[in-house]
Design a protein around this ligand. Structure first.
Ligand code: SAH
Length: 251
């Protein structure tokens, strides 16, 4: 087994929810191949008293509950104490920076991540200030907890670790890898519902296949997310193809 490239701890009041979800797909493969270690940490293990209370009423009398600072502090401290590399601490919050493929690439290079999942109204502001290195959002909507956002992050990072995807599945071709959306995909049968798979893909000629994929990636991106083209590294040939695509759509 390869030595783990990334250790990831997820601090949550629902450790089973997180642990179960990570036994599928790329996170599972990343763990089984030894590239990644994932641990769901139960916040209640760091709470006081017989009820192991992790939440409390908000000051100021608004509705809902807030995750208390001390259990979060102890959970992060325990992670800092038990190994050499101190974890990069991420808090999933709708107020964070929108998660992107670039961020996932950067985080996949960290030796150790600790992801805090909020619940209820969120976490005590002082815990955020004391503990958190980076705040990330999965989009402009509010979920009931940070577990699903944490799973989104860990899944996206796991598939970027070297050796997790096979060459054929390479992340290089995915949407956003080069700031373009992915080209459409086809499988057998070659004819279905009166539509055939593009003849370039059926041609068996790698040059034609690549040219077709690049053109369709440019077409998709221009049609659906034109703002991505601003940052994409486009060759002269890409620019020429893009002009053709724009002209085609005018006619
Ligand atoms: N009152 C907070 C939202 C609390 S939602 C606010 O308006 O900012 C409860 C928890 O769910 C949050 O602490 C956060 O961890 C998680 N969460 C909800 N929506 C999220 C999103 N879009 N991205 C990341 N985490 C989210």
């Amino acid at each position: 087994m390869a030595s783990p490239l990334l250790t990831c701890e997820i601090v949550t009041i629902f450790p089973e929810m997180v642990a179960d979800a990570l036994t599928y797909g790329m996170p599972r493969r990343a763990v089984e191949s030894g590239r990644m270690r994932i641990r769901a940490v139960d916040l209640r293990d760091f709470a006081d008293g017989p009820h192991r209370q992790v939440d409390d009423y908000p000051y100021g009398g608004t509705a809902g509950m807030v995750l208390k600072p001390e259990p979060l502090f102890r959970a992060v401290q325990a992670a800092r104490d038990d190994e050499d590399a101190s974890p990069h601490v991420v808090y999933m919050t709708p107020q964070g920076t929108p998660l992107s493929q670039r961020t996932c690439e950067r985080l996949s290079l960290q030796p150790r991540l600790l992801v805090i999942c909020g619940r209820y109204k969120g976490i005590d502001e002082r815990a955020r200030m004391e503990l958190v290195d980076e705040e990330l959002s999965v989009g402009d909507y509010v979920l009931s907890g940070g577990e699903i956002p944490a799973l989104v992050l860990v899944d996206a990072v796991a598939r970027l670790l070297p050796g997790v995807l096979s060459d054929a599945e390479s992340a290089l071709y995915d949407s956003f890898a080069d700031d373009l959306l992915d080209a459409p995909h086809y499988t057998r049968p070659a004819e279905w519902a009166g539509r055939s798979a593009p003849e370039e893909l059926l041609s068996g000629d790698p040059k034609r296949v690549d040219a077709w994929r690049r053109r369709e990636a440019l077409r998709r991106t221009w049609a659906r997310r034109p703002e991505l083209l601003k940052d994409a590294a486009l060759s002269d040939e890409d620019m020429r193809v893009l002009d053709e695509i724009k002209t085609e759509s005018d006619t």
